[in-house]
Design a protein around this ligand. Structure first.
Ligand code: NAD
Ligand code: UFG
Length: 360
């Protein structure tokens, strides 16, 4: 299948592009590299031994996006492109509505114009807001507690209305829990800019010695050890969920929602302990105040995806940490900095394909 992946150079996108290539799909990527580097795709292409047609294009550039879709003629789109930092979204809400909501609107119009109406969308467990009715099911009422979460909610609603208005649309809203881990090669992984917002990349940077200690945001929650509990899911399991959703949509009409989680929760201290044990490095930590807006516990009811898609997360916390540590130790500074000048389609092709040529 010809699949367009928006945000395909990013953390989850790059792992999914690799699996799409391995499954024999023809893959194109649109990314503005605002939070990623073409180096991730160069490495993906090296791992897969197959090429990715890549465009440095912003979803907000409607005419350019239209041209790209017209030349690719995708049969389906997996839409990762978006901004995802909760704190930044509180400080700059309009940036988030513009990039995430208006960017998605542009994408949907451009898809419609080329008769492509199959979409897999990166939603988030954040749409369950502060729900305490655990485990979280697809039917759990939705709400948002910050502008980032509200962009996901608005996009889900926009997709629902679109599907009602025109039955040719086939849509999967995938609600991710907490994606972590990396490809087992240690060549691709999450490369946060600046101070990581999320627990696992922060712990990895403490283990490698880049940061002195982890701040544990509260140990007085009503959980087994008092620290926050989350449903961490290996990024490779998550990527497999996208391929399963794509398969499902090729046989089934309408809009569908699936949680992608393991169904099991781990506490902050579980994560710190696992990291210290597996890395063999000390991971000092200090208990601090709760982080505003955090819930005590969040974990999925993952059965719907198993029943409909035949998909189930297979990798446990140990493997998530092992793979994260391999990526962190091999790439302590993340991907190398590249020339910030935008690359045209030919320059990108040369850079990315170079990796396959290097190896042949
Ligand atoms: P990421 O930042 O690594 O990847 C997003 C990619 O989109 C980046 O490569 C970025 O350059 C690109 N992008 C952003 N805005 C763009 C635009 N206007 N035009 C073109 N490209 C653009 O993030 P990720 O962790 O891979 O997340 C992917 C998606 O999954 C996001 O939509 C995110 O909100 C969602 N999600 C992530 C998590 C998580 O914890 N990582 C959890 C739930 C949902
Ligand atoms: N935590 C710490 N110290 C840190 C960072 C996090 O103790 O330095 C704790 C948090 O309090 C929480 C747990 O570790 O209990 C996990 O926190 P993350 O920031 O890693 O993840 P969240 O569950 O808070 O949020 C993530 C994404 C959101 C998304 C949500 C649900 O950042 O965008 O998962 O998918 F909405």
């Amino acid at each position: 299948m010809r699949v367009l992946v928006t945000g395909g150079a990013g953390y989850i996108g790059s792992h999914t592009v690799l699996q799409l290539l391995e499954a024999g799909h023809q893959v194109s990527v649109v990314d503005n590299f605002s939070n990623s580097s073409p180096e991730s795709l160069r490495r993906v292409v090296g791992l897969a031994g197959r090429n990715v047609d890549t465009y440095q294009t912003d979803l907000l550039d409607r005419p350019a996006l239209g041209e790209v879709l017209a030349s690719i003629e995708p049969e389906a789109v997996i839409h990762f492109a978006g901004l995802k930092a909760v704190g930044e979204s509180v400080a700059q809400p309009l940036k988030y509505y513009k990039n995430n909501v208006a960017g998605t609107l542009n994408l949907l119009e451009a898809m419609d114009a080329v008769d492509c109406r199959t979409l897999v969308f990166s939603s988030s467990a954040t749409v369950y807001g502060e729900s305490v009715d655990l485990p979280l099911r697809e039917s759990t009422p939705r709400s948002a507690t910050n502008p980032y979460g509200r962009t996901k909610l608005h996009i889900e609603e926009m997709l629902e209305e679109l599907s009602v208005s025109d039955s040719r649309w086939r849509v999967a809203n995938l609600r991710y829990f907490n994606p972590v881990g990396a490809h087992e090669s240690g060549q691709i992984g999450e490369d946060p800019q600046g101070i990581p917002n999320n627990l696992m990349p922060f712990v990895a940077q403490v283990a490698i010695g880049k940061r002195p200690e982890v701040q544990v945001f509260g140990n007085d929650y009503a959980t087994a050890d008092g620290t926050g509990v989350r449903d961490y899911i290996h990024v490779l399991d998550l990527a497999e969920g996208h391929l399963a959703a794509l398969d499902y949509l090729s046989n089934t009409e309408g809009l569908h929602v699936w949680n992608l989680g393991t169904g099991a929760g781990s506490s902050v201290l579980d994560v710190i302990d696992a990291f210290a044990r597996i890395s063999g490095r000390p991971v000092p930590y200090r208990i601090t105040d709760r982080r505003p807006g955090d819930v005590a516990e969040s974990y999925a009811h993952p059965e719907k995806a198993r029943l409909d898609l035949g998909w189930k997360a297979e990798r446990g916390l140990e493997q998530m940490v092992e793979d994260m540590w391999r990526w962190q130790s091999k790439n302590p500074e993340g991907f190398p900095e590249l020339n910030p000048e935008p690359l045209n389609h030919e320059q990108l092709a040369k850079f990315i394909q170079g990796r396959v040529d290097d190896q042949s």
